[in-house]
Write a protein that binds this ligand. Structure first.
Ligand code: 5GP
Ligand code: MG
Length: 185
């Protein structure tokens, strides 16, 4: 048995993902041409996306991480917990590109963006791999995004269910038996 057996269908193949990232990397490159900036990857979900993205941006950048969790083992949006932030010197006066795996209600990035501004960032833009635009609960539109997805729970390419499936090279929907086995609706 492998993780592939738990996937009902593939929504974005590895090849589709990489061509979407090529496009976004060109947009980011054009936006930051001639300006210093720092890519701030939101752990854990965006680490796969951020690492493919930065390798397609051929201009100087710095890299930082922050950790926020809102989900636990559940698939319903919960409270945001900010576990750690970059050092003050990595934020103060910097142009930041906040990179996350998926924009759902938008509460996570909205709160993070506000907190980074409060800590002295000069400018904060957002870049997301997936956008569930129909689910937005706060006024936040990503500055850059790879793909829009409908209102369904997806895994792979950094996105997890109960801590697993982040290492799938594509994005897929889980079989309903997997949720049932984990005691989820
Ligand atoms: P928001 O605060 O925008 O509602 O939630 C964003 C976070 O929820 C994402 O960073 C991600 O961790 C989680 N999330 C939202 N939708 C999904 C999904 O379909 N699959 C997975 N694995 N995580 C999701
Ligand atoms: Mg996340």
């Amino acid at each position: 048995m492998t993780l592939h057996n738990d996937i009902e269908r593939v929504l974005f193949s590895e090849q589709q993902i990489l061509s979407g990232i090529d496009r976004v990397a060109r947009e980011v490159t054009a936006a930051y041409q001639g300006r210093d900036f720092t890519v701030v990857s939101v752990l854990k979900g965006s680490c796969v996306f951020a690492s493919d993205l930065i390798r397609r941006i051929p201009i100087p950048l710095e890299l930082a991480f922050l950790a926020a969790s809102s989900y636990g083992n559940n698939t319903v949006s919960g409270e945001l917990e900010i576990n750690f932030f970059p050092a003050g010197t990595e934020i103060d006066g910097r142009n930041l590109l906040l990179v996350d795996d998926i924009l759902d209600t938008g509460r996570t990035l909205y709160a993070l963006k506000r907190e980074l501004a409060r800590r002295g960032a000069r400018d904060v833009k957002t870049c997301v791999f997936l956008d569930k635009a129909a689910r937005r609960a706060v006024p936040l539109a990503p500055d850059f995004r790879c793909f829009e997805v409908g209102d369904l729970f997806v895994v792979g390419y950094g996105l997890d269910f109960a801590g697993r499936y982040r290492n799938l090279p594509y994005v897929g929907a889980l079989r309903k038996e997997v949720f049932a086995a984990a005691g989820q609706p």
